[in-house]
Design a protein around this ligand. Sequence first.
Ligand SMILES: [Zn+2]
Ligand SMILES: [Zn+2]
Length: 140
Amino acid sequence: MNTTFGSCACKNIEYCFTGAPINSAYCYCTQCQLYTNSDKWYGLWVPQENFSFTKGQTKTFIRKGDSGMDMCHHFCDNCGVNLAVKVEIGGFFSVAANTVTKGEVPAPNMLIYTKNAARWAHFPSGVPKFDILPAEMMGE
Ligand SMILES: [Zn+2]
Ligand SMILES: [Zn+2]
């Protein structure tokens, strides 16, 4: 099985995950805009059991998602880079694709929370676009 590696900017924190992500999504929600200082977060969705931090100790910030369940942000308290968000309702980590240092990064396969997108946001063409989430992911 393939292993993908990643780290923050200062390399204090490292992680790895095995196997292919179950989803790869650009998220345009208001929170993701704040964490990235851009129009979107590019998240690789990795089942919790396949993901682990291998070096250093992340700082965490927990907020409630739309579902009312926790979204636990893991970031480096030295360089400030956000590495991954543990999404409790889905049992997965949304790994910041731009922190991958070794391994395949797939192309995004959906654009989510586009109803919250900044006026100046950029949407790649040919990728399915959802106001919030695809119907099958709603109301879980
Ligand atoms: Zn760092
Ligand atoms: Zn988001």
